[in-house]
Design a protein around this ligand. Structure first.
Ligand code: SF4
Length: 148
């Protein structure tokens, strides 16, 4: 039964966004993938949701700050498996321009497994869409279903 459900829903992963301490630059670019028809993720069968419990793919922006570290981990844990994690922008990858800041925790991939990196400061909407499409493919592979 769950295999049948997977097959029926496999073309429409739901996305959830976490701001781990971003300057909001990446979040503005992410907003274009929800609001502007030209870059809308719904063209690829994806949509944003408001709860981690409903999500399949998580997009994380910003360097992980000490203040946000535990909240990021808690939200990430609430997303059901199989999930795909996308680091959006250079900040979650290496700390970016905040790299040596006293207020940062570890890079994101030291805390949780990251499946897709979308570098840039901020990345362009096209790059974010490319990351989402790759995340969708990885998610389908994790479900054991090949893209037809
Ligand atoms: S990558 Fe650049 S735009 Fe994105 S959160 Fe970091 S500093 Fe801001």
């Amino acid at each position: 039964m769950s295999n049948l459900l997977n097959k029926l829903s496999v073309r429409s992963p739901w996305l959830f966004r976490i701001n781990a301490g971003s300057c909001n630059g990446c979040d503005v670019e992410l907003a274009t993938t929800a609001l502007i028809p030209r870059f809308d993720v719904e063209r690829f069968g994806c949509r944003y949701c408001g709860s981690p419990r409903h999500a399949d793919v998580v997009l994380i922006t910003g360097p992980v700050t000490l203040k946000m570290r535990d909240k990021v981990l808690k939200l990430w844990d609430e997303i059901p498996n199989p999930k795909v994690t996308v680091a959006v922008g250079i900040c979650p990858i290496s700390g970016g321009v905040f790299r040596d800041s006293y207020s940062l925790a570890e890079p994101l991939d030291h805390l949780i497994p990251v499946d897709v990196n979308v570098p840039g400061c901020p990345p362009r909407p096209q790059a974010i869409l490319e990351g989402v499409v790759l995340a969708k493919k990885i998610w389908m592979r994790k479900l054991g279903i090949e893209e037809g």
